[in-house]
Design a protein around this ligand. Structure first.
Ligand code: PEP
Length: 250
């Protein structure tokens, strides 16, 4: 049985003060989270301060992106070692906004995943089809390509540290959630791909979470699906009460 995994992606929102206030109030609302993994991903500037606020709690810290290189002339970029140093346990890699706004491709995403794992950071690896791809009937081809290329050269030992986030691009920030069946069909297919690339025992344990307009109102029905192991939450994670309601879905 996979422990439900709920992560907040704040994107480019919140100052250091706002992020720390959120972390403190989330700690107060989530007095204990023994049966759920809870992760928050503030912007880079707030990571260190939020790590201090979360010390001693069960809430883990994630970054929203990283570069694969160890160090050097990459102005504006952050390495895996720097994220570990700032207190992160996870890093979001391949978010659709990185892919579509910043032109990140599968090969680069794969390099980042390899670097994250090498440093002991757990990747939250995002995949998902655009509306155009869904309407053209190529959703499964896109998912298979993103998984195959994104996880290229990741060992059977390491794959257990990767969280896969299925985020249909048409559902992100649009208020248009995938139906529970659409999410389940995609998650089942993702698990089958992992089984094909690794084996059944590995696939059974991989955490596959759904992202795309998750709210306190729809989290329960999504989590009722067999292969939906959690959620990556954008807009509805910006308010600590709303995020706490999602974490504490019945
Ligand atoms: C996201 O950006 O990962 C996301 C799922 O956003 P939203 O919940 O706002 O759709």
């Amino acid at each position: 049985m996979i422990k439900p995994f709920i992560a907040a992606n704040w994107k480019m929102n919140k100052t250091v003060g706002e992020a720390v206030d959120f972390a403190n109030s989330l700690r107060a609302v989530l007095t204990t989270t023994p049966d759920r993994d809870v992760v928050i991903a503030p912007p880079f500037t707030a990571l260190h301060a939020v790590a201090a606020s979360l010390k001693g709690s069960d809430i883990a810290l994630a970054a929203q992106n990283m570069h694969d290189a160890e160090k050097g002339a990459f102005t504006g970029e952050i390495s895996a070692a720097m994220l570990i140093d700032a207190g992160c346990a996870y890093v979001i890699i391949g978010h659709s906004e990185r892919r579509h706004i910043f032109g990140e491709e599968d090969e680069f995403i794969n390099k980042k995943i390899i670097s994250a794992l090498k440093h002991g950071l757990k990747p939250i690896f995002c995949i998902g089809e655009t509306l155009e791809e869904r309407e053209s009937g190529i959703t499964l081809d896109i998912l298979q390509r993103q998984i195959g290329e994104g996880l290229n050269n990741i060992s059977t030992d390491d794959i257990g540290s990767v969280v896969v986030a299925y985020e249909p691009v048409w559902a992100i920030g649009t208020g248009k959630t995938a139906t529970p069946k659409e999410a389940e069909d995609a998650h089942k297919f993702i698990r089958a791909c992992i089984q094909m690339f690794y084996d059944a025992a590995v696939a059974e344990k991989v955490v596959i979470i759904y992202g795309g307009s998750v709210t306190p109102d729809n989290i329960g029905e999504l989590m009722a699906e067999k292969d939906v192991n959690g959620a990556l939450v954008g807009g509805a994670s910006l308010n600590s009460e709303s995020f706490a309601k999602i974490v504490n879905y019945p």
